[in-house]
Design a protein around this ligand. Sequence first.
Ligand SMILES: *Cc1c(COP(=O)(O)O)cnc(C)c1O
Length: 391
Amino acid sequence: MTKFDYEAEIAFRSPAPGHWPEVSPADWNDPKWQLKNRVQSLEDLESRITLSEEERAGILLTGTKLAAAVTPHFFNLIDPNDPNCPIRRQVIPRIEETFDTPGEMSDPCGEDSHMPVPGLVHRYPDRVLFLVTDRCASYCRYCTRSRVVSGVGDQHLETQWEAAFEYLENTPEVRDVLLSGGDPLLLSDNRLERILTRLRAIPHIQFVRIGSRIPIFLPQRITPELCAMLRKFHPLFISIHTNHPRELTSEVRDALGRLADAGIPLGNQSVLLKDVNDTVDVQRALVHKLLLCRARPYYLYQCDLIKGSNHLRTPTRKGLEIIEQLRGHTSGYAIPQLVIDAPGGGGKIPLNPNYVVRGDDGEILLRNYEGREFLYPEVADLGTALLSYKR
Ligand SMILES: *Cc1c(COP(=O)(O)O)cnc(C)c1O
């Protein structure tokens, strides 16, 4: 493996036009052109990069599982000379996706059994996940919702719009709505505006957020018009999804800047993936570069037990080692919370390195990020002192 070059990885670059030298800048910057020209077939792929046997077999089998599609913008980030390129592993299918490993599931987070209305997942007391589309700009091979996403599998997302809005109107405990899918920012400005307007008409909904990888896959979609529309619905947060510092190109940085300038706080969700971002070097560069883009690392997910993901998963101790090597060593704002979304539907469970060496009634023994130990005395009982003072 080549040595990790921090300075090179946190530098902002544009890969455009790369494999598409003939395209005009106007077309390149048009999100419709990007979507129409996605790399999807074996032929498209092989005309641009050399595929391994595992990839060729993988792409031939995606038709009934999760479609393959990569926007030209993102495709250009693939290093054609690196068979283990961290970008490539996220979006180019491999034969291992068809392998079944014990414990893997088609609905690893148990969402289907927590839907009071089709398309609306209500797991936690005060917030819901609202699935507003089944399409994305590009398809992540480890997609936790591949059972419905991309439209090629047996199961389909059948969001019942009117029933979902009525459920939200009649459920005052819900104060937080998370729009996801698929990718909500793939909907037109008009469509999104209608959804947001309807949600904002519900007085008990305080907080709205959108989960989207569009800023990464298709930064051209983050137009000034979209930003001007979104800012009418504050407080509105966006959770982006970035796994490797190379994904943060100069186009992506500018798109995130437009969202941040519209007053939208940005959080990032990463999935810990084998040979993509499972080292502290990659994670440090990623979280630093995210802060340069004004996006705060929010969650680092242990990869869900989605079918055919064994080749992308890491041991759970990996994530803990990475967090331990970040905490204290770099800005607190740069450190995501490591979580496992519990198999079967228990929700997100935080995983943290243990900094408590021992604790008893009188004091707690802690260790710091360097391994040095410190005693913190527990709060004293002032009962007798107070009594003598009053006398
Ligand atoms: C992740 C998730 C949420 C949001 O969880 P936060 O910890 O508040 O970010 C809500 N509902 C479901 C079903 C989720 O999976």
